[in-house]
Design a protein around this ligand. Structure first.
Ligand code: PGA
Length: 265
């Protein structure tokens, strides 16, 4: 089991807030907690257009920035896209890859793998999201996760495998998931026991692929409705080394509670 004490908390702001002024205010309040919690690295993933103005105002080891997506090409005719080098240049150290919202728009496992290697080549830390849309009584959803995990690494050199971070985020557990998807999960909400089982499963898949020593070095986070009320419990699950937080990261006070819970976990 992982022994490292420090937790990684990723704020995925998605397409929020609407204005740069609001983004600055949100960041300035979050910063107050993020800079004092010693055992936590906080990563803010704002809308890409807000990255540079936010990132220039705060350079600290404990507070880093990321983007929610990027293209795998280094440059070229990809209209409306940004590359790993470009986002790195303006302040990103992390990139979220394969979030279910992107997969829903057509992102494939093949593209995910290419983005992972492009991120590593540009010195960004790739954070790969895996998770099933729905559960089924026969456990077929485990196959989906196995494939997503394995495919994420197919172009990753062995020496860089440990630099990839995985987030287990069941799509049905995301706070904004449709009620239909939510009820296709278990009990409409995930239990800490289930999070633990899935962490063990992901670690098992990694072990099959890379051996136990390497598998242990890969950080696994949890995502899906992490909030002020459940953060302590979720972050206390053995093997969980952090969380991806969507909705609750837009409320600076609530996010502060999550950061403090992570600091204690
Ligand atoms: P949520 O979103 O915390 O609002 O469920 C998580 C995510 O989509 O990464």
């Amino acid at each position: 089991m992982m022994t490292s004490m420090s937790k990684l908390i990723i704020a995925n702001w998605k397409m929020n807030p609407p204005t740069l002024a609001e983004a600055r205010t949100l960041l300035s309040v979050i910063k107050k907690t993020a800079l004092v919690v010693r055992n936590v690295t906080t990563v803010i993933a704002p809308p890409t257009v807000f990255l540079q103005p936010l990132a220039v105002s705060s350079r600290a080891k404990r507070l880093q920035f990321g983007v929610q997506n990027m293209h795998f090409a280094t440059m070229g005719p990809q209209v409306g896209e940004v590359s790993a080098t470009q986002v790195r240049e303006v302040g990103a150290s992390y990139v979220l890859i394969g979030h279910s919202a992107r997969r829903e728009l057509g992102e494939t496992d093949k593209e995910v793998t290419k983005k992972v290697s492009a991120a590593l080549a540009a010195k960004l830390t790739p954070v790969v999201f895996v998770g099933e849309r729905e559960r089924d009584a026969h456990g077929n959803f485990l196959r989906v996760i196995r494939k997503q995990v394995k495919d994420a690494f197919t172009e990753t050199p062995r020496s860089r495998i440990k630099d990839v971070i995985l987030v287990y985020e069941p799509v049905w557990a995301i706070s904004t998931a449709s009620p239909r998807l939510r009820s296709a999960g278990t009990n409409g909400g995930i239990t800490t026991n289930e999070i633990h089982q899935m962490t063990l499963f992901v670690r098992k898949v990694l072990t099959e692929s890379f051996g136990i020593a390497m598998a242990r070095k890969i950080k696994i986070l949890y995502g899906g409705s992490v909030n002020a009320n459940n953060a302590e419990e979720v972050l206390g699950v053995p093997g969980i080394e952090g969380a991806a937080v969507g909705g609750a990261s837009l409320d600076a006070k609530e996010f502060g509670v999550i950061l403090r819970a992570a600091n204690k976990a």
